[in-house]
Design a protein around this ligand. Structure first.
Ligand SMILES: Nc1ncnc2c1ncn2[C@@H]1O[C@H](COP(=O)(O)OP(=O)(O)OP(=O)(O)O)[C@@H](O)[C@H]1O
Ligand SMILES: [Mg+2]
Length: 322
């Protein structure tokens, strides 16, 4: 049984223009000790899915339907008090952009100690000892607990964020774009750190990125989102080496190998559709080179093409007749 299983999740934000259906029927599962890469272009709903798992959606957001099963509990149904025992101690998150949101006037040791004291009710001495251990775990000397965020480079600040996410010994860590703002050399170091922690601590991990080459290096399985929908899931080998959805193929082509020289990424022509009034049929059809009339009319289901490799594209299931 998977450790975490998201089933048919729908999440909406209330806005003056109408409901934004940011996550619209998303399913995936995460096994114990496994890492899953969640990918897709900006605005496809990756962060919204992550915040839903943590039950930390902004005020105008709500889970409309679906379930998030964790060790036999449906997180969408837990009361706030119950959810507080899950959050950070079972499932934690490295928030997108958080390394730039550290409190500039507080020593980093104090910032890491805060959740430990709050959730585990330990005194300063115990918390500070744990801060030292956490810093060493992420490759920072423990004496640097007394330093302020501006005394750290971007990569080191991201290490601090990783230490914070590990503060309460979670089983699942969600890392939302943990390397996006860093340069390529540092990206590789942070990814290596995440991999090592996963291995040594037996963590399960959800790695969010718009860059598939990052995932192919780091993850066991992949889930590709487009405009709030899941379009392809499966092992890295299946999805990255044998993509079955035209969007996945375009995404792979747009991000050259992480080790190669990274010129400006090619982009996928066309615009991301409105999530207030999404296109009929397959949401990708206005940008898809292979679209035909069926794609405009009927939404393709996510179908298992064998061995757990799933894709939602008519090309895989229906013979094209025109
Ligand atoms: N609080 C909000 N109110 C209204 N719409 C929102 C809110 N938060 C996110 N959205 C919208 O929901 C959609 C999904 O956003 P989300 O941040 O989950 O995307 P993402 O895949 O994480 O993108 P990125 O790669 O840029 O981080 C977008 O259209 C976004 O504009
Ligand atoms: Mg995001």
């Amino acid at each position: 049984m998977p450790l975490l299983e998201v089933k048919d999740l729908q999440v909406a934000f209330t806005t003056s223009e109408g409901d934004v259906h940011a996550v619209d029927g998303v399913s995936f599962s995460l096994g114990e000790g496994e890492s899953l890469g969640l990918a897709g272009e900006s605005g496809c709903g990756k962060t919204t899915a992550a915040l839903s798992i943590m039950r930390l959606l902004p005020k105008n957001g709500r889970i409309v339907s679906g379930s998030i099963n964790y060790q036999g509990y449906d997180l969408t149904k837990l009361r706030d008090a119950q959810m507080r025992t899950i959050r950070w101690q079972h499932i934690s998150i490295i928030f997108q952009g958080a390394m730039n949101a550290l409190n500039p006037v507080r020593r980093i040791g104090a910032q890491i100690a805060e959740p430990i004291k709050l959730h585990e009710g330990v005194d300063d001495e115990v918390a500070n000892k744990r801060v030292g251990e956490l810093l060493e775990l992420v490759g920072i000397h423990k004496d640097r607990a007394a330093d302020y965020p501006h005394e750290f480079s971007g990569g080191m600040r991201q290490r601090v964020m990783i230490a914070m996410a590990l503060a309460c010994n979670p089983k699942v860590v969600i890392a939302d774009e943990p390397v996006t703002a860093l340069d390529v050399m540092i990206q590789a170091q942070i990814l290596e750190l995440l991999e090592r922690l996963k291995r040594e601590l037996g963590l399960s991990m959800i790695l969010i990125s718009h860059d598939l080459s990052v995932m192919a290096e780091t993850c066991d399985s992949m889930a590709i989102m487009y405009a709030g929908k899941m379009v392809e899931t499966g092992s890295v080998r299946d999805v990255y080496k044998n993509a079955k959805h035209p969007y996945t193929k375009d995404l792979i082509a747009a991000f050259p190998d992480i080790k190669g020289a990274r010129v400006l990424p090619a982009y996928i022509p066309g615009d991301i559709p409105s999530l207030v009034h999404p296109p009929q049929g397959c949401r990708f059809h206005p940008r898809c080179k292979f679209a035909w009339s069926l794609c405009e009319q009927e939404e393709p289901a996510l179908v298992d093409l064998g061995g757990g490799h799933c894709a939602a594209c008519h090309l895989n299931t229906t013979e094209r007749r025109e």
